[in-house]
Design a binder for this molecule. Structure first.
Ligand code: ADP
Length: 359
C-alpha cells in the first residue's frame, strides 16, 4: 500500500490543520496510508512519525481523536525552524528516514523557507514531494493566496474595528502594527478594507522624518476644526523600520498644540497568527490538498499547489495550478526585493488610493 508523509514547517498558519485533515481523508479514500511527521524538518530528520490513518475491515480510515482539529488554528503536528535541514547532510538524513519508513512521497505545508528546503530535498535526494503554501504574510511567490492569509486579515479587521470604536470616542489617532517583516501585504490589504487613513509598508521605503511629516500633516488635516473626523487609523507593517510606540510618542509631541487629540499605538503581534481558520482558508486547504494528492498520484514532484496563479500547469480545479518550486523561489525573491510585477502593482494600486484613504 502506498504511504505518504505530511509535515508542517516554519511559521504556523491557520488552515494548516485543515490541510492535514484533508490529506488524511483523501489518502484514506484512495487507499493511501498517511503518516504525520511531528515538528517539521526536525521531526523528519529524527524519524518522529505517527500514523494518521489505520486499516479497518472496511478499508483505511483516519485515526481516532483528531477530526476536531481541522477547524483549529496552529498546527497539531507541530512546527520548528530547523537549522540541520539547511545543510545537505541534514537533508540526506531526512531522505534516509523517509526511505527507511517505507514512505513513497512527502507533502510539505509551509512558507517560502520551508518550500525552498523542500525543493532542495527533491533536487538532491530525488524525494518525491509536493508543497502547499501556508504563510499569513502572503509572501510565497507564484500563488495569489497562501493558507492563513484570509484568517489573519479577518483578525486584523476585527482589531481595527474594535480600536476604531475607542478611537472615535476619544478623538484619537491610532497606529496599529501588524506582522510582516519583509512583506506589507497584510497591512495594505487589511488597512484598505478597514478604511484606514494611511498604510505604511516596507515596500514603500521612507525615512523616519518623511513618515513623521506625512503623518503629522494627516493628523492636522483630519482633525482640523472644519472636519468632523473623530478617528484616525494608521496601519503599519512590522517591517517599516521605526518602532511603533516611538512613532506614536513622537507624533503626539508634534501635535501637542492640538486640543483634545491624542496618539496611541497597538502592536497586534502573534495575536494575528492564531485563531480558527475562516471559510476561505478551510476551502483553500481542501482544494490545495486535493490537488497535492492528485499531483502525487499523477507522478508530479518538486511542485507547489498554487491558488489563482497566472503561473504553472492546470489541474482539474480551475483555480489551482502546479507551480515548480524553482519558479516559486525565483518569484519569491523578486517579491522580496521589489522587482516582482506583483509587488509593483500592489504599490502602484496603493499609491492610487492613498489620497482617497486620507480623506
Ligand atoms: P517559512 O517556511 O514560514 O518561510 P522559515 O523561513 O523559517 O519559515 O523556514 C522553515 C524551515 O525551512 C527552516 O528552519 C529550514 O529548516 C527550512 N529552510 C528554510 N530555508 C531553507 C533553505 N534555503 N534551504 C534549506 N532549508 C531551508
Amino acid at each position: 500500500m502506498p504511504r505518504i508523509a505530511v509535515l508542517t514547517s516554519g511559521g504556523d498558519a491557520p488552515g494548516m490543520n485543515a490541510a492535514v485533515w484533508a490529506i488524511i481523508k483523501l489518502g484514506a479514500a484512495n487507499g493511501v496510508e498517511i503518516v504525520g511527521v511531528e515538528r517539521g524538518y526536525d521531526g523528519l530528520i529524527d524519524g518522529e512519525f505517527r500514523p494518521l490513518t489505520r486499516a479497518t475491515a472496511g478499508g483505511l480510515v483516519p485515526v481516532p481523536g483528531i477530526a476536531w482539529l481541522a477547524g483549529t488554528g496552529g498546527t497539531f503536528l507541530g512546527s520548528t525552524r530547523c537549522a540541520r535541514f539547511l545543510t545537505p547532510e541534514g537533508r540526506k538524513a531526512a531522505a534516509d528516514r523517509l526511505t527507511g519508513a517505507g514512505i513513497d512521497a512527502l507533502v510539505v505545508i509551509g512558507g517560502n523557507g520551508s518550500l525552498t528546503g523542500a525543493h532542495r530535498l527533491a533536487a538532491e535526494t530525488a524525494t518525491t514531494l509536493v508543497g502547499i503554501p501556508a504563510s499569513i504574510d502572503n509572501d510565497v511567490g507564484g500563488t495569489t493566496d497562501a493558507l492563513g492569509v484570509d484568517t489573519a486579515l479577518n483578525t486584523i479587521l476585527e482589531a481595527c474595528d474594535r480600536i476604531s470604536d475607542t478611537a472615535r470616542s476619544h478623538h484619537r489617532a491610532f497606529i496599529i502594527e501588524v506582522m510582516g517583516r519583509r512583506s506589507g501585504y497584510l497591512a495594505m490589504a487589511a488597512g484598505v478594507a478597514a478604511t484606514a487613513d494611511a498604510v505604511l509598508l516596507p515596500e514603500q521605503p521612507k525615512t523616519s522624518g518623511e513618515i513623521l511629516d506625512q503623518l503629522e500633516g494627516l493628523i492636522r488635516a483630519s482633525f482640523a476644526p472644519e472636519r468632523d473626523k473623530r478617528r484616525l487609523l494608521i496601519v503599519k507593517a512590522e517591517g517599516v523600520p521605526i518602532p511603533t510606540i516611538q512613532l506614536a510618542s513622537d507624533l503626539e509631541e508634534r501635535v501637542a498644540d492640538l486640543d483634545d487629540v491624542s496618539v496611541r499605538a497597538s502592536v497586534l503581534g502573534h495575536l494575528v497568527r492564531g485563531g480558527r481558520p475562516t471559510y476561505q482558508d478551510r476551502m483553500l486547504a481542501g482544494r490545495l490538498a486535493l490537488a497535492a494528492i492528485t499531483a502525487l498520484g499523477d507522478g508530479h514532484s518538486d511542485v507547489m499547489t498554487a491558488w489563482s496563479s497566472p503561473m504553472g500547469t492546470p489541474t482539474i480545479d480551475t483555480s489551482v495550478t502546479l507551480v515548480p518550486l524553482a519558479a516559486m523561489i525565483e518569484e519569491t525573491k523578486a517579491m522580496l526585493d521589489g522587482s516582482s510585477e506583483v509587488v509593483r502593482r500592489r504599490v502602484r494600486l496603493l499609491r492610487e488610493v492613498q489620497g482617497v484613504l486620507a480623506l
